[in-house]
Design a protein around this ligand. Structure first.
Ligand code: NDP
Length: 232
């Protein structure tokens, strides 16, 4: 299977890339700055050869995304899964009275419109059997468990869950498996050192979800990386 992963240079994206390659899949690893040294990805490229394609993918740049999709199409590449992983967490713990609304704009642009741009342009390539779209969400997007603070991030993930559900309804007849996945609190740059979950463990769970397609098809699909239901 060919898997497109955004934000693949570090954190969960890097572990998803490594895990998918290890299982024999091919990966198009989207990074913002392929020209800068991507040490970890270069190591994976040495190990896995042409099963790894490192591609420039800035999720706010619709023209760039369209160009990459066009280029891959011309090369005859197809996709079996799209993983929208790239995201930012700004204005952490900031009360509403102090919130800079520019943080809302930037966060929605990356965390919500980014995946929408990616799906818009890469959906035509998602032609392999049993395809999946995985939107990496967060428990922070749960309305039931809402907490004050992290407004931009939480709201972007709640909205992303709606996007996942809309895609699910739109694409179920084509057999596309769409999930919003909470990857756990992971020790990455975003999650910090105290976080209990190894991002590689989360990556394994997410690739399992893609391979097993074990989630029932007819309900809202917000799960954690083990496939357990999350509260909407
Ligand atoms: P990191 O902050 O460690 O990594 C974020 C990744 O997103 C980087 O690869 C970064 O690229 C990329 N990125 C940021 N902005 C853009 C952009 N405009 N275009 C393209 N790529 C971009 O995050 P994690 O690995 O921890 O998080 C991965 C996913 O998991 C996110 O969706 C996050 O919301 C979610 N999540 C994480 C949790 C955690 O505990 N860590 C908990 C719940 C959900 P660059 O290196 O160029 O900056």
């Amino acid at each position: 299977m060919n898997i497109l992963i955004t934000g693949a240079g570090r954190g969960l994206g890097l572990e998803l890339t490594a895990e998918a390659l290890e299982r024999g899949h091919s990966v198009i690893a989207g990074v913002r700055h392929p020209e800068k040294s991507q040490t970890e990805l270069s190591k994976l490229a040495e190990e896995h050869g042409d099963r790894l394609t490192i591609a420039k993918l800035e999720v706010t740049d619709e023209e760039g995304i369209a160009a990459l999709a066009g280029e891959l199409k011309e090369q005859g590449r197809t996709l079996g899964a799209i993983i929208n992983n790239a995201a930012i967490l700004t204005a952490r713990n900031t009360p509403i009275e102090a919130l800079d609304l520019n943080d809302m704009l930037t966060t929605m642009d990356i965390n919500l419109y980014g995946p929408m741009r990616v799906v818009k342009h890469f959906l035509p390539l998602l032609t392999e059997p049993e395809p999946s779209i995985i939107n990496i969400s967060s428990e922070a997007g749960s309305i039931t468990n809402a907490y004050p603070g992290d407004y931009p991030y939480s709201i972007s993930k709640t909205a992303m869950n709606m996007f996942s559900q809309q895609l699910h309804v739109y694409l179920k007849d084509r057999g596309v498996h769409v999930l919003s996945v909470h990857p756990g609190w992971m020790h990455t740059d975003m999650g910090g050192e105290q976080a209990p979950t190894d991002p590689r463990t989360s990556a394994k769970g997410i690739i399992d979800l893609i391979q097993q397609r074990a989630i029932p098809e007819d309900r809202f699909m917000f799960v954690d990386y083990t496939g357990k239901d999350m509260k909407i």
